[in-house]
Design a binder for this molecule. Structure first.
Ligand code: SAM
Length: 340
């Protein structure tokens, strides 16, 4: 590639980021949904219907038209197929890509500044953008629930084993509770307790469980994983993308807690992005994003883990573990059983 080609290539990448920025504004303000419901509408009607400022919505409609999310006839806008796919409720929604893109920009800006001092502010960085925080749960749900329901849950025999036992499933760092909702749909003999540090996540988890008819089986509490106490030992304790958030503080104590709070024969199931053994793997398609995310995890006091580190930590706590790999090895589910 000569210099002009390289410039063209980078301009195209920048256009991609702009397109996702435009989509993000429409996602978090319900504009795609509102226009879907209206069928077609002027900017003024769209603003009224979505309770947004008309002048902002007018500018947004122009931008969304420019990036092919909207078409227009006279002054009436309607969604293109890509605009339809940005709706959070659309099948295979594009919403998480738009949310992730803006969250990444926020985290990149924070990492750039914090690198100068080495400060690591922790989880609170996620809550610095009012419009992002409520979309954190839906973004993760849309990104991972299908993989869990269609691939991971059927492939791991310990899920059906624990369903036969029945009892309590605990999800530490539960986000919006999607995992427990999916789990009790598939494993009908389980009931669930989810906990998370963010009140926003717990509010969403309670509301979604009610709306989806599993509110009587699921309970959600706000709290800190390091302070968590259970009223009864669990049959399953899950952590999805949550272990790396608490690993650096005191992993040995956490793994002893997992052991001590499971019934004999109960399972701990930890799902984490699988940090590769060799750096060159980070250049494989789909892995470079993980390398960027690991930089932004550093801001939060976290880092990604190699699956072997997790299974060794279980072993040290007296629980032999198995590693299951998914998504071409980029997702690891480590399952450990408390001995009978
Ligand atoms: C990457 S998110 C994963 C959320 C959810 N498990 C999922 O798969 O969608 C990590 C979650 O862990 C929670 N978390 C991190 N540290 C925590 C702590 N010390 N106590 C409680 N929750 C914590 C965060 O609030 C966040 O919701």
């Amino acid at each position: 590639m000569d210099t002009q080609d390289i410039k063209m290539h980078f301009r195209q990448m920048a256009q991609g980021a702009l397109s996702l920025n435009v989509a993000y504004i429409g996602v978090v303000n319900g504009l795609f949904n509102a226009l879907h419901d209206l069928g077609s509408a002027t900017a003024k009607q769209l603003a009224q219907n979505s309770s947004m400022d008309e002048r902002y919505v007018t500018r947004w409609c122009d931008a969304a038209y420019a990036f092919h999310y909207l078409d227009v006839t006279a002054e009436a806008f309607c969604l293109t197929p890509t605009g339809q796919a940005m709706r959070a409720t659309a099948q295979d929604t594009l919403m998480p890509i738009a949310v992730q893109s803006v969250l990444s920009a926020h985290m990149a800006e924070r990492a750039a500044g914090l690198m100068r001092t080495g400060e690591r502010p922790g989880e609170s960085v996620l809550a610095e953008r009012d419009t992002v925080l409520p979309w954190f749960g839906p973004m993760l749900e849309a990104s991972f629930s299908t993989l869990f329901e269609q691939t991971i849950c059927p492939a791991i025999p310990e899920f059906s084993a624990v369903d036969k036992r029945g009892g309590l499933a605990v999800d530490l760092g539960c986000g919006n509770g999607w995992y427990l909702r999916a789990l009790v749909r598939r494993c009908s003999h389980l009931r669930g307790l989810g906990m998370d540090g963010f009140a926003e996540n717990i509010d969403q988890a309670r509301r979604l469980a009610e709306n989806q008819g599993v509110g009587d089986k699921l309970m959600f509490v706000q709290g800190d994983i390091h302070q968590m106490t259970l009223d009864e030992p669990a049959d399953l304790i899950a952590m999805n993308r949550a272990l790396h958030h608490v690993w650096e503080k005191d992993a040995p104590t956490l793994f002893r807690w997992l052991h001590d709070n499971l019934k004999p024969g109960g399972y701990a199931v930890v799902w984490e992005p699988a940090w590769p053994d060799t750096r060159s793997v980070l250049r494989e398609p789909g892995r470079s994003g993980m390398a960027f995310q690991n930089l932004t995890e550093h801001v939060q006091g976290n880092h990604f883990l190699r699956p072997e580190e997790i299974s060794n930590a279980f072993l040290a706590a007296g629980m032999p573990a198995k590693v299951y790999l998914f998504a071409k090895g980029s997702e690891a589910v480590v399952v450990a059983q408390r001995p009978e």
